[in-house]
Design a protein around this ligand. Sequence first.
Ligand SMILES: Nc1ncnc2c1ncn2[C@@H]1O[C@H](COP(=O)(O)OP(=O)(O)OP(=O)(O)O)[C@@H](O)[C@H]1O
Ligand SMILES: [Mg+2]
Length: 149
Amino acid sequence: MDNVAANAARPGEFWTYTLQLPQDRRAVRIARATTRSVLLAYGMAQVSDVAELLASELVTNALRYSDGPAWIRLSNPRTQHVRVGVWDSNPTIPPPFHGASHPTGPPEGAERGRGLLLVRECADRWGGYAVGEEVFGMCGKLLWFELAA
Ligand SMILES: Nc1ncnc2c1ncn2[C@@H]1O[C@H](COP(=O)(O)OP(=O)(O)OP(=O)(O)O)[C@@H](O)[C@H]1O
Ligand SMILES: [Mg+2]
């Protein structure tokens, strides 16, 4: 039996891993490594490259556009699926993650503005929602994506 099959989560088996991230450049690398490690452990190595890349875009943004800590959470909403959620303390939900329509990408020649486009293009599902202050005393928002392995 190969490792992928041996490690795959059984139907009905659900898991969640959460990693708190400080405002530190090293946090992006650590979030990537954690994402890879969790996906390898649960037999989803096929999507670990993409998941790592998209997770690093969301984590980079979380650290760049907020001044507080952030966290990344990996879970499996369904068997052989991974959901990656990244929370930060800035309440602004960038379009189109709050549901508004948005141009397909950055203007030609722009040096920035590709991170969220990459998430929208590569993920199977994605979205964002506000996190109210009443939830564990936290505020801000959570952006998420899902991949099927
Ligand atoms: N976590 C966030 N909180 C608040 N605003 C955000 C967040 N993430 C993205 N944004 C807004 O959405 C815009 C687009 O983000 P996106 O990641 O696509 O591009 P970028 O960060 O500007 O450049 P790059 O191509 O280097 O990722 C950002 O410029 C910022 O204004
Ligand atoms: Mg970005």
